[in-house]
Ligand binder design. Structure first.
Ligand SMILES: [Zn+2]
Length: 429
């Protein structure tokens, strides 16, 4: 008789900056369903994104509800207040039923001596070698590591508790999915640290269903993973084992799973993610790359659409410093690879779309061009109705790109175990 909201084994977080593609995104989940795998859609939009665009969380909710209605989607779906904290959560409380509680900024600030000592006493049993089921490697938690992890993370988890309780006060217990995210920080958390953090989260009484650690390697926005794939695979397998152990011993929800804040398009680690999370499931959070499919669709349409796509690039190029600033830590643009706007102004539809579309086997694909446009959504936001009217006029071609991209390049490799797009040539980077 539980009426508590529960996130299924597989879920995908999608961004829809201009709230026009929810239907096309949902169609990708419907394709997964037809292929025999349930992938629950979660529409995520951060406070930063809302501020840049000038939108409200209620609009994301309205777009999601309308898409669900139009497609007759019968499975659950959610709206995620992405990366919120105590000061930004307020306007998300009504429309959202998934909260990504971001406490990365609080990492490293120390909790009170009393609460650290109480935690160490309560969790003294974690010290020792812990062998996890299904994993060859044991991880060892020394008294020093337990203390150091408490000093580094306990305050952040206490903060998460405050945010969680604030949400409970408005929405009620079990009426939303709680995620705790620690990905937007400098250092990756080790699987042993993750286990200790989960103990603290359990102590704080937060029924987390997803946890987003920071993994090793670079997760730049809209482009592939940069890092050691072997190490990523090992780390992820151990993280999954740590979660399984935490569920068993800390009383956390049995459906607790990893949330990978992928920044989208991490093709080279999709096979590793699929393998590691087949049992426990995974939440794959993508970034707002749907907006890039909107530009691809406009460029493909030719005429006014192509003209606008070129204009957006020109503006993005001219304002590149200001646009890249807030994203400096999650993009790597080689300015020598950025084409001059005058050159792009002569590009055909084909030239434009093959530079932008993330097809690593294409020689024309340009990751710097793609990343600049990815952070350039402010330009389109400023165009207001001019941009939105062209989106509407070219709905069919855009929707086709949105659905195909989400299903073929992301859902199929991560949840269905299909091959991810690969580079046909080497030395692309
Ligand atoms: Zn994140």
């Amino acid at each position: 008789m539980s009426s508590e909201l529960e996130l299924g084994r597989y879920s995908v977080g999608v961004g829809d900056r201009f709230a026009h593609q929810a239907k096309a995104q949902l169609r990708a989940c419907a394709l997964a369903e037809q292929a025999g795998v349930d992938v629950i859609p979660v529409w995520n939009k951060s406070n930063r994104e809302h501020n840049i665009i000038g939108s409200e969380p209620a609009q994301t909710r309205a777009a999601a509800d309308a898409a669900v209605e139009a497609l007759g989607w019968k499975k659950p779906y959610f709206c995620d207040a992405d990366h919120i904290n105590l000061t930004t959560v307020e306007r998300f409380l009504g429309p959202c039923d998934f909260f990504t509680i971001d406490v990365a900024d609080a990492i490293g600030r120390s909790a009170s001596g009393a609460s650290i000592e109480a935690f160490l006493k309560r969790r003294a049993g974690l010290v020792g070698k812990l062998q996890r089921e299904g994993v060859d490697e044991a991880f060892e938690i020394t008294p020093e590591l337990l203390r150091a992890t408490a000093v580094k993370f306990l305050f952040a988890v206490e903060e998460a508790g405050k945010v969680y309780r604030k949400i409970v006060n408005t929405k009620g217990k079990g009426r939303f999915i709680a995620e705790v995210s620690m990905d937007e920080t400098d250092a990756a958390q080790t699987p042993a640290e993750l286990l200790i953090i989960l103990a603290a989260i359990a102590d704080e009484g937060i029924p987390v269903q997803t946890i987003a650690p920071k993994f090793t390697g670079r997760f730049n926005k809209g482009v592939d993973y940069v890092g050691n794939i072997h190490q990523f695979r090992r780390e992820m397998t151990l993280d999954v084992a740590a979660i399984a152990w935490a569920v068993k011993h800390f009383g956390l929800p049995p459906n607790l799973k990893l949330s990978v804040h992928s920044g989208s398009d991490k093709f080279s680690i999709y096979a590793a993610i699929h393998e590691a999370t087949k049992q426990q499931g995974v939440h794959l959070k993508t970034a707002g790359t749907t907006w890039l499919e909107e530009i691809i669709g406009l460029a493909e349409a030719g005429g006014d659409g192509l003209a606008l796509a070129r204009e957006i690039y020109t503006e993005a190029y001219e304002h590149r410093e200001e646009l890249c600033g807030p994203y400096a830590t999650v993009i790597d643009i080689d300015s020598a690879k950025l084409p001059e706007p005058g050159v792009v102004a002569r590009w055909t539809s084909e030239q434009y779309t093959s530079a932008l579309r993330h097809d690593p086997s294409s020689r024309e694909y340009n990751s710097s061009f793609r990343q600049l446009l990815h952070v350039g959504f402010k330009i389109a936001a400023k165009m207001g109705p001019r941009y939105l009217e062209l989106l509407e006029a070219n709905e069919a071609v855009i929707a086709k790109n949105v659905t195909e991209n989400l299903f073929q390049r992301h859902i199929a490799p991560v949840f269905l175990g299909k091959p991810a797009p690969v580079a046909a040539h080497t030395g692309a980077r």
